[in-house]
Ligand binder design. Sequence first.
Ligand code: NDP
Length: 252
Amino acid sequence: MSGEQKLKGKIAVVTGGSRGIGRVICLKLARLGANIFVNDVCDQAIVQGILDEIAGAGGTGSFLPFDVADTEASSKALKSVIKDHGGVHILVNNAGITRDSLLARMKAKDWDLVMSVNLKGAFNCTQAVIMAMIKQRWGRIISIGSVVGSMGNPGQANYAASKAGLEGFTKSVAREVASRGITANVVAPGFIETGMTAELPEKVKDRLLSQIPAGRMGSPEDVAEAVGFLASEEASYITGQVLHVNGGLICD
Ligand code: NDP
């Protein structure tokens, strides 16, 4: 394990950590020295790859399977980490899904599903760890939003609403716990090269690229660097903020 171990002794939970952006966040936090709990809804066999990578980098990682949309399951799993390991210091609410369709055709069940994973999932996980963070007088809650939470996107009324909701949620939590050494922030990626965006038609990708001043899509590493910074001691006075990682797609 090389580099500065700024997060040594910290316990981090990353939801939806088996692939995409979450996977790279797990690796980044592990390289910074944190003990990583990789949450996901998939089988152990799928998560083994990232656990091996964490171990290969000299870090410590374990699989913590549960569905973030399930309040009871989230609470049970996270409370067991707190009981067995003495706390959770860093929570990254990364698990997210899309169920895209134009509003006129959007099914209520797709609205509910996206809200339950993207927004209620963050509520479930944050609520399960907040008392432990308050008691330990230190915590980092980092939720992965999206540029579309700020700018909207046709076909993503459910997804954009869930990501905008995360911002209001985060700002409220930040105000509630700032005096206890806990920060809560959103990292809002633009268009990042992962499985989620791989499915976009080439024409749509070209149109998106033409709107990004940096001239490229982002990488999961671009997002993970922002998360690593917000998790650090150096970011202790930054709370209730939305950090956009989008190559200039929106500047506000
Ligand atoms: P991926 O689809 O690649 O990964 C999402 C992960 O979340 C998967 O491992 C998935 O598991 C897991 N997951 C889904 N539902 C649940 C659940 N109920 N409980 C626990 N885990 C779950 O997405 P990305 O890496 O692209 O996205 C990560 C985050 O970044 C999301 O919040 C997304 O909205 C956000 N984002 C992504 C952008 C992009 O361009 N890619 C842009 C802006 C924001 P499984 O594979 O088993 O389904």
